[in-house]
Design a protein around this ligand. Structure first.
Ligand code: CA
Length: 234
């Protein structure tokens, strides 16, 4: 990477956690900026334009969600949310506001570095998708041909319904990122009703079966329970 280091902004008021993350990231070759408050974070973001933000949701001056709202109005920078809260609702609302990923404290060094790498990889690819009508998506032995709307897995052609195909294509366009149930449902069916989540789960089960996944086999995507689905990129 040389002089071309990725810049990561850490917005976290707990100094022990902030310096733990800073040490890990510097050891792994990242340049680190820090802020202890939401407003300060927004200022540092605007003046340094980091490549990625690690954001604590519980900040003293404003809720971290307000940070996501403000940054998302001007930037698509990947945001990884840190939460001490384990409630599903916080993760879901942060993701629906546009955070790319979340981690629940306490987390390990390996997990943090892996999530940051994945988020940076996704953001590099994300900019390309709108300029590529058609083309192929490839992850491991899974290939999606967007021009022909055809899917193959392990060399075998997979016959999906329109809806199943649309869901798989949507997930593939956000590889590495958790898409919440609500976000997928909005894209595929246009709106939520009481049966929507169940309908999505049934479609996902069918997709898994057609791709040859047994129960518990997370080869292509993971169900983040109570939150949404994440397509894997390798
Ligand atoms: Ca905090």
């Amino acid at each position: 990477m040389g002089n071309n280091k990725y810049k990561v902004l850490i917005v976290e008021d707990d100094r022990t956690i902030a310096s733990f993350i800073q040490t890990i990231l510097e050891t792994n070759g990242y340049q680190v900026l820090t802020a202890e408050r939401c407003r300060q974070g927004i200022l540092v973001f605007t003046s340094h334009l980091p490549d990625l933000v690690v954001l604590d949701l519980g900040l003293p001056d404003m809720d971290g969600e307000e940070f996501i709202r403000q940054i998302r109005s001007v930037s698509t920078v990947p945001i990884i949310v840190l939460s001490a809260r384990t409630e599903e609702a916080d993760k879901v609302s942060a993701l629906d506001l546009g955070a790319n990923d979340y981690m629940t404290k306490p987390f390990g060094t390996g997990e943090l570095v892996a999530r940051i790498r994945a988020a940076l990889r996704t953001s590099r690819h994300a900019g390309l998708i709108p300029e590529l009508p058609g083309g192929n998506f490839v992850a491991g032995d899974l290939v999606i041909d967007f021009d022909r709307r055809q899917v193959t897995a392990a060399g075998k052609s997979i016959h999906l319904t329109q809806t199943e195909y649309n869901i798989l294509a949507l997930l593939s366009q956000h590889t590495g990122k958790v898409l919440t149930y609500a976000a997928i449902i909005r894209e595929i069916w246009g709106g939520m009703d009481d049966g929507s989540v169940k309908k999505l789960q049934v479609n996902m089960a069918n997709i898994r079966k057609k791709l040859g996944c047994r129960p518990g086999d997370n080869r292509y995507f993971i169900n983040e329970l109570g939150v949404g689905y994440r397509m894997l990129d390798e």
